[in-house]
Design a protein around this ligand. Structure first.
Ligand code: GL4
Length: 841
């Protein structure tokens, strides 16, 4: 308010407030102005990178106008806001999305062509914002898109990593990691050097009596690191609402920079302190579904939680409301347990700094937080050692112990007969060293806990959180099945399919309400529609084939069946099952007569995905895929019947090319291990079918699209425990066909067999934890059925169209409405459209 322009001067302000461009000429004027003045380039020195920069800056100007208004409107309305805390936001590229959401892609296309460029070439100049590992981070990005598109007053909070997920290169068949420095030119962020928060680490707790004789604690000493806000505008589709994603960067607190040392010639060591502070936000930890308990990771978590909460509390305090109103103004969603420290941090702020008593504070805390669980894999559940937390965050450890004490007393009162339960549910695991179980703390400190697909939400209630269902009752636990934004994953990735759908549905309304897709079923027998649907799939396969040729040098036939598995490489996702299946197919082809070969549908098996740098088994799988590809692709005798491709550096922008190009995609995790999966949704929405296990969202996809339109195989989640037990204590019978595959590997057919022995032995000798052998026969049989089904192209396209028409449920818009109603209790805020500066909507 202090910074408002006085009333008499506002006329001038209004007169000169920037107006968004409305035509190709106006766009050109802005783009050229930026190229000439912001970039200091000219028409004699304007490559595609410069044209991208000029275009991005012109669109950025445009976004900023809506962004400012949205923030102003949200501040003024002063209603409940959502804060989505996520260590990962896998945003991908922003320009195309900005063009679409602002509704000016055609304008830019025309304008760029006037300037001598093609819009597609310009869009691909942008570096992906890759601040995430996989599904969890991409889900956060889809949620931001939906929150803005549905006009929810919402902010994302994350870390501004200088290095996102590494770039993957494949050299001699091996994964090599290359750092992803992405900030050379990032027009989408605004550094707010005036918005900083001092974050404390280490130190000690001082206990004393205040003036009223009350026992109080304060956290003293230690060191300070400064958090600086970097804001990224998040435009909604078909609405001027433009939300904010605030990413925190770390730097040395100004007082901390050691001028003494600096002046006395110890320049290097004074800079070292600076660098140590900046290390906190330097790099994204590259693990998906794995936690390794590193101190720097804990520092990242606290740094980000503390800065975000300080910001949220500061905003709340401006309203001058009483503290009991906090949960009516603020909903904080914890994306997995990574931000769980926000729970003791808010409790600390309320009791140590704001003087509330414990119970009052704790009731506010519980009402404020919701927690989303994204995995049941034991190795992914976060635990931090008590000594580490004691050292880094001494006051938080005390608070965690107090939370635990109160909780255990409550449990004891309500379950006096079950003494064992106390040890099982304690936040503190009595191991050596003792560990803090973050998932338990998250459950206890939240009012709602949700899983991300039906099966997974049921599983958390019967496995990891079973006791908590007894303690709190089943209503504390809910399901919100994941979804994807149709803007990026249909319209941007597959513009021709989107256009075809729009032509039948009378416009692009389905991009706002994806359930409208059901009207497509009326066209499933329409000859022209079917033909065009098929042509689009073919064109998308040609586009992918071109990319494959460019990066691998291998030519693949776009008429072949494209069989794709792209996702992080993980044993539970079972890329090994896929590649063993490919070897099985190769061996079968080698034995086939010319007659039989003629009947076989040619196939391209496409893999992609990153292995965590320390995940040796996953790297071995990548190596095997590449070696198998090297041998098969060079086998003239096999030719087009089978090709095996590994696409390096799978990321969001590659997914936008890959998802529209599948005939079959593979979602074949051991039942009960993949919480949801979201690429399964992307592939089906783009007119491909699925081979999958009864796991995660596959189950709901089946329910929606019909079991005739999906290829399910394998053991069920309910049988997994028993099978594992049988492997270890019964006699393990290796599947006979799989045994032949292993013989081929051991024969050296794919290079030095020793390199793959761990992979084979994991199954043959070490209990086959992921049930590859148990599912192998059913997997291969299902692939044979796919071959058969693919021969009947008429039936195939019927399946594909039907499936697309029934995918309406899987929009992330539906997810966000469910979270808003069931967990956050927030309402949308209609944007103010004042004519002068409003854009569309
Ligand atoms: C994940 C799950 O593994 C994945 O199934 C799910 O779709 C995603 C989003 O909910 O979350 N959990 C972790 S950890 N990484 C993921 O991708």
């Amino acid at each position: 308010v202090e910074a408002s322009i006085p009333e008499p001067q506002r006329a001038a302000w209004n007169k000169y407030a920037p107006k968004p461009f409305e035509s190709a000429e106006e766009f050109d004027k802005e783009a050229v102005r930026h190229i000439e003045t912001t970039l200091a380039r000219s028409m004699y020195n304007c490559d595609e990178a410069a044209a991208y920069a000029g275009t991005a800056l012109a669109f950025r100007d445009r976004l900023v106008i809506d962004w400012n208004k949205t923030q102003q409107n949200q501040t003024f309305a002063d209603q409940k806001r959502v804060y989505y805390l996520s260590l990962e936001f896998l945003m991908g590229r922003a320009l195309d999305n900005a063009m679409l959401n602002v509704g000016q892609k055609e304008t830019a296309k025309q304008g760029l062509s006037d300037l001598g460029f093609r819009v597609e070439d310009i869009i691909t100049q942008e570096h992906d914002a890759a601040l995430g590992n996989g599904g969890l981070g991409r889900l956060a990005a889809c949620f931001l898109d939906s929150l803005a598109s549905l006009n929810y007053p919402a902010w994302g909070y994350g870390l501004r990593y200088r290095y996102g997920i590494f770039k993957q290169e494949i050299i001699d068949g091996y994964q090599v990691e290359v750092p992803d420095y992405w900030l050379d030119f990032n027009p989408w962020e605004f550094a707010r050097h005036d918005i900083t928060v001092d974050i404390q680490f280490y130190g000690y707790v001082n206990k004393y009596q205040d003036d009223d004789g009350k026992q109080v604690c304060s956290w003293e000493g230690g060191e300070i690191v400064q958090a600086v806000a970097f804001d990224v505008p998040i435009p909604g589709y078909g609405t001027p609402t433009t939300n904010n994603l605030r990413l925190w960067g770390s730097k040395a607190a100004s007082g901390e920079f050691d001028f003494q040392k600096f002046n006395s010639g110890e320049y290097e060591s004074s800079v070292a302190d600076q660098q140590r502070a900046e290390t906190i936000s330097a790099v994204l930890y590259p693990n998906d579904n794995l936690e390794r308990g590193k101190e720097l990771r804990l520092k990242q978590q606290y740094f980000w939680c503390a800065a975000s909460l300080y910001d949220i509390v500061r905003r709340f305090k401006k309203s001058k409301r009483p503290w009991k109103d906090f949960p009516n103004q603020v909903a904080i969603q914890l994306n997995d347990t990574h931000p769980t420290l926000a729970i003791p941090e808010l409790q600390r702020i309320l009791i140590d700094q704001e003087g509330l008593d414990w119970d009052e504070a704790w009731s506010i805390v519980q009402k404020t937080f919701g927690y989303t669980n994204h995995t049941v894999l034991p190795e992914a559940l976060e635990k931090w050692s008590v000594p580490l937390i004691q050292h880094l965050l001494p006051r938080h450890l005390q608070i965690i112990y107090d939370i635990n004490l109160n909780f255990l007393q409550y449990v004891e009162r309500n379950n006096p007969k079950d003494r064992e339960m106390l040890g099982r549910v304690s936040i503190i695991e009595e191991s050596n060293p003792k560990m803090v179980r973050m998932a338990y703390l998250a459950v206890i400190g939240s009012h709602k806990v949700n899983g991300v697909a039906e099966l997974h939400s049921d599983l958390i209630k019967t496995t990891i959180f079973k006791d908590f269902v007894k303690i709190y009752g089943p209503d504390k636990f809910a399901n919100v099945t994941n979804g994807i934004t149709p803007r990026r994953w249909l319209h941007q990735a597959n513009p021709r399919l989107s256009e075809l759908i729009a032509s039948k549905l009378g416009g692009y309304g389905f991009l706002k309400d994806l359930t409208l897709l059901h009207k497509l079923e009326a066209y499933v027998d329409d000859k022209d529609f079917r033909k065009e649907f098929q042509e689009i799939k073919y064109a998308n396969k040609v586009r992918l084939a071109r990319h494959i040729k460019e990066v691998t040098g291998v030519s693949v036939n776009p008429a072949a069946l494209f069989d794709i598995q792209v996702k992080r490489i993980h044993e539970y996702k079972r890329q090994q099952l896929n590649i063993f299946g490919v070897i099985h197919r190769y061996l079968a082809i080698k034995k086939m007569s010319a007659e039989q070969r003629k009947k076989l549908a040619p196939r391209v098996s496409i893999f992609g995905g990153k292995a965590a740098p320390g995940y040796w088994m996953a790297k071995t799988v990548i190596h095997l895929v590449n070696e198998v590809g090297r041998v098969i692709n060079a086998d003239k005798d096999v030719g087009d019947l089978l090709k095996v491709i590994f696409i390096e550096d799978y990321n969001v922008s590659k997914a936008e090319i890959i998802c529209p190009a599948s005939d079959i995609s593979e979602h074949i995790s051991t039942a009960g291990t993949e919480a949801s999966g979201t690429s399964n949704m992307k592939f089906v929405l783009n007119g491909g079918l699925i081979i999958g296990t009864c796991d995660g969202a596959n189950i709901e996809i089946t329910r929606e699209i019909g079991e005739n339109n999906i290829f399910l195989f394998g053991n069920l989640a309910e049988d997994v425990d028993e099978l594992r037990h049988a492997h270890l204590y019964g006699n393990f019978q290796l599947d006979a066909e799989l045994s032949s595959v292993f013989d081929a590997i051991r024969s050296g057919m794919f290079g030095d067999a020793g390199q793959f022995s761990a992979l084979v032995n994991g199954i043959v000798e070490h209990g086959d934890y992921y049930l590859v052998s148990d599912d192998f026969a059913s997997y291969c049989k299902t692939h044979d059925m796919i071959d058969e089904a693919y021969k009947d192209q008429e039936e195939w396209v019927t399946k594909c169209i039907t499936a697309v028409a029934r995918m309406g449920f899987f929009s992330s818009d539906r997810c966000i409405d469910e979270y808003a109603e069931m967990i956050w209790n927030v309402e949308p805020l209609q944007p103010k459209v004042d004519g002068a500066n409003g854009t569309n909507g």
